[in-house]
Design a protein around this ligand. Structure first.
Ligand SMILES: [Zn+2]
Length: 499
């Protein structure tokens, strides 16, 4: 007997919101980064395609399509809409309504379906929407497809898990790496589990535990202590055939969402008692991690002193990580605190600094190269940063991923500040960021980064000392510590138990 092929639709709505950023995220930001649908999406999620251009060629949807290809001929996949923007301020209501309408219209047009897979983040925020945006979307997806269609989701491990993100779905998986390299394997895992659910091979039972903690786990890198033990425990749990998935969520703390906090999630095949037991066990392990604080941080002046006094800079540039202005966690990139400190007291060092300052770029864009200007660096508009007056020479200009970009030199030929001012949030993860404006990274004493980890892969042979620097900005941990929460929260309060 010949069965009709299964029909499974797939799509994405992915954004990490930073409620402390003065920027908002609009449709333009998605269009610039990643917005595909229909045939273009289907082509992008093949092994020859490029799913997230210039970021990650194979991500969740490619992994998902690979899982479907294992049953070639038995499954028809239907591409919906896939949208992703760089982490930034909350999404406008108009943009969210438009993107969700496209997804829902796509699902409606694709009916009848056997399954739907959506790659989501879990820490989105939408202006004027109190409900978690993912919960809003999933509620409407479920209403549209009815109870018999199986719905799978994958989340970033920085999702803020809540009933609205769990209850409407049959399959729930999350990234297992931090930094996140496993987008494609995550989509693959979602796909294989969705197929089992559709074929009636599993009866998914979900349990999750919410932890009243927003910080902990040290650097939270999955393969180093202390978090490596927790990630290993999760993988061990999944070896049991009765366990469908086990996931840990170390929340993105820079949103104003309700019931913010870490979470442990376990899904089993019909065994509620086992799911409860393992979710408790995973929550206990994660809760222990609250005792491990972040590595020691320096003020800008302390960091400059350390570079000057230390031997590291003879081996290569010392990286100052601008912890309070992490663009990958939604900060706008226009923090000027480090610029101010370097201008004041690092005239004997050669420092490369990226800064988001669209007004500065606009003012100098048409000026002849080689001309000198008295400027004031203000950073991101409405970010309330210190104003830094500087005498600069316009040395180079370029236009690329970060919009219009100018290189401004202050100080002497061999020392001083090399400011790379960008129209959009700068992310010098790759050394080519500097080379595009004629700066050789190897020659610098100091390079400022707006990113915690990813850049290290590309600077592995260049920079051997990395100093986290604190000031004030959209990713300030001080804000996380001082934020008002609706429940007692670690690290604000000393809490003995997560229950
Ligand atoms: Zn994340």
């Amino acid at each position: 007997m010949k069965h009709r092929p299964l029909r499974i639709a797939y799509g994405r709505l992915f954004h990490e919101a930073n409620a402390f950023s003065p920027s908002v995220t609009t449709l333009d930001d998605f269009e610039r980064m990643h917005l595909l649908e229909g045939d273009a999406l289907a082509r992008a999620v093949t092994l020859r395609g490029e799913e997230l251009k210039s970021f990650m060629p194979h991500a969740e949807l490619t992994g998902f399509q690979q899982a479907m290809n294992l049953s070639r001929g038995e499954i028809v996949t239907v591409p919906l809409t896939s949208a992703l923007a760089v982490p930034s301020g909350p999404i406008t209501r108009e943009c969210f309504d438009l993107l969700t309408a496209r997804l829902l219209d796509g699902i409606e047009a694709a009916l009848p379906l056997d399954g739907v897979y959506l790659a989501l983040h879990g820490s989105m925020q939408v202006q004027g929407l109190a409900e978690a945006p993912e919960a809003n979307l999933l509620r409407r997806v479920r209403a549209l497809v009815g109870s018999s269609v199986k719905v799978a989701v994958s989340y970033d491990l920085h999702a803020n898990l809540s009933p609205g993100l769990v209850d409407p779905v049959d399959v729930l998986v999350a990234y297992r790496t931090n930094p996140h390299w496993d987008l494609a394997p995550t989509g693959y895992r979602a796909g294989t589990r969705l197929l089992r659910a559709i074929r009636g091979e599993i009866r998914a039972v979900h349990v999750f535990r919410k932890l009243p903690m927003v910080l902990g786990g040290g650097t939270t890198i999955d393969f180093v202590a202390p978090m490596n033990r927790v990630f290993r425990a999760m993988k061990r749990m999944e070896k049991d055939p009765a366990v469908v998935s086990a996931s840990l969520f170390m929340v993105h703390p820079y949103t104003s969402a309700e019931r913010l906090g870490w979470a442990a999630h376990v899904c089993t095949d019909g065994d509620l008692a086992l799911a409860e037991k393992l979710a408790d066990e995973l929550a206990d392990r994660a809760w222990e991690m609250r005792k491990v604080d972040l590595p020691a941080m320096r003020s800008p002046a302390e960091a400059i002193g350390e570079v000057r006094g230390g031997a590291w800079r003879r081996l290569g540039p010392v990286t100052l990580v601008d912890v309070d202005d992490i663009v990958g966690a939604g900060a706008p990139g226009g923090n000027t605190h480090i610029v101010k400190a370097l201008a004041a007291s690092a005239g004997d060092l050669l420092a490369y600094v990226p800064v988001h300052d669209p007004a500065l770029v606009e003012a100098l864009w048409s000026a002849p190269l080689g001309t000198t200007h008295a400027v004031t660096v203000r950073g991101t508009p409405d970010y309330h940063m210190p104003e830094v007056p500087l005498e600069v020479t316009l040395v180079a200009r370029t236009e690329g991923d970060f919009g219009r970009t100018v290189r401004l030199d202050a100080g002497g030929d061999k020392h001083g500040l090399r400011l790379v001012a960008c129209e959009r949030a700068p992310l010098p993860i790759h050394p080519s960021f500097w080379r595009a404006v004629g700066l050789e990274p190897r020659r610098a004493d100091i390079i400022v980064q707006k990113n915690f980890f990813h850049y290290r892969m590309f600077y592995a042979a260049l920079s051997f000392r990395h100093i986290p620097v604190v000031s004030a900005g959209a990713t300030s941990l001080r804000r996380v510590r001082e934020q008002r929460y609706d429940v007692p929260m670690h690290p604000q309060q000393v809490l003995a138990d997560w229950r």
